[in-house]
Design a protein around this ligand. Structure first.
Ligand code: KG4
Ligand code: ZN
Length: 350
């Protein structure tokens, strides 16, 4: 294992968060910043071209301020890590291009970070689990674009146990948020709305619940919510009904996820014994989901590890950390590495 020669700069620009972070070689966070682009709100979804331009506009000052707070100059860094896929190509070009420029100008190692690997390794950040989280562990990766169960064997070593056959779970939250007029992004908005709702009010489907394996499906559940909404006259739903629908939807998601995670834990435990279930990605911020997974994990003798809320959504701490994990193994990437809009976790190497 080789220790990076200085602090690592991490850059995240794969979707609508412009983020950067500086971590000490041991993973301690020296400074970080996340700027959630507000430019998309009027459109009710991320507009790729606007995202790319906003990254370009915000990134240089964000990096400047973060380096200043970390008390380090470009020349004092030990490496630069930038999300290079999967994600929106414009943002990936901006972030990885910026990082390559810094690496070239200052002779620093560059790491092309896979965004999913960054989510997957977040739970290994020092301080999150006493003594550090060891491989292997079971990962439930739940975000706006991804929903999968993965056996994490090591850096670059991922075996997919199951995944969504239609929508990602965050996507379902976002669509339901729109249907309920809850605001955007839908996930946090639906969770806030659900807090005042009755989760037993509407009988919604539980797609794939009880079926063998650990695949997911959310489009039928989303359609069921759409049908309930369509039964009302046009215009905003009565407030209590919207809250009850949000709560009923959230409970259905939590029950399905707990069931799928249960199957994944059984499969994982058959090979490795009960260990740790990690939930990561933007949707991991959902407290109802965390509670359901906590119960499911305890039943199987697994410990549940969920990163702190600020590290669930997209951030650059996880990107810098993934960079450190790779640099420690002597893994760097050539500056000619092209960003990849599609980059499955299973295509990672170590
Ligand atoms: O990981 P992330 O920030 O970006 C992607 O890589 O996709 O995840 C964003 C997703 C969005 O779909 C957002 O609505 C969802 O995570 N999300 C939530 C919550 N916070 C964010 N979903 C449910 N409950 C939340 N509290
Ligand atoms: Zn993400």
């Amino acid at each position: 294992m080789t220790t990076p020669a200085g602090p690592i700069l991490g850059i995240e620009t794969s979707c609508d968060e412009t983020a950067c972070a500086v971590l000490a070689p041991d993973g301690a966070v020296r400074a970080e910043a996340v700027l959630s682009q507000q430019e998309h709100a009027p459109f009710g979804g991320v507009v790729p071209e606007i995202a790319a331009r906003a990254h370009l506009a915000h990134l240089p000052a964000l990096v400047d301020g973060t380096l200043r707070r970390a008390g380090v100059a470009f020349a004092g860094l030990g490496g630069v890590a930038a999300t290079s896929g999967p994600g929106l190509i414009g943002g990936l070009i901006v972030g990885s291009g910026f990082a390559k420029g810094v690496a070239l100008a200052h002779g620093l190692p560059f790491v092309a970070v896979n965004h999913l690997e960054a989510h997957a390794l977040t739970a290994r950040l020092p301080g999150l689990v006493p003594g550090g989280l060891a491989f292997p562990y079971l990962l439930l990766l739940v975000s706006g674009g991804h929903c999968q169960c993965v056996s994490v064997q090591g850096v670059g070593r991922y075996a997919r146990l199951g995944g969504t056959i239609d929508d990602a779970v965050g996507e379902a939250f976002d669509k339901v948020g729109k249907l309920l007029g809850a605001g955007w992004p839908g996930g946090p908005a639906v969770e806030r709305l659900a807090a005042a709702g009755d989760p037993a009010r509407f009988a919604l489907p539980r797609p794939l619940l009880g079926r063998p394996g650990c695949d997911f499906s959310f489009s039928g559940l989303k359609t069921a919510v759409a049908q309930r909404v369509a039964a009302y006259p046009p215009g905003p739903l009565p407030a209590q009904d919207a809250a009850d629908l949000a709560a009923s939807f959230q409970r259905a998601v939590a029950e399905v996820m707990a069931d799928r995670a249960d199957h994944a834990m059984a499969a994982f435990a058959a090979a490795h014994g009960p260990r740790t279930l990690v939930v990561a990605g933007g949707v991991a911020a959902n407290l109802a989901l965390r509670a359901a997974l906590e119960t499911a994990a305890a039943r199987r003798g697994f410990a549940l590890v969920a990163p702190p809320l600020r590290l669930c959504g997209d951030n650059a701490v996880m990107v810098a950390w993934a960079g450190i994990e790779r640099l420690r193994l002597g893994l760097t990437d050539p500056l000619a590495t092209a960003p990849r809009p599609r980059w499955p976790l299973q295509e990672m190497t170590a």
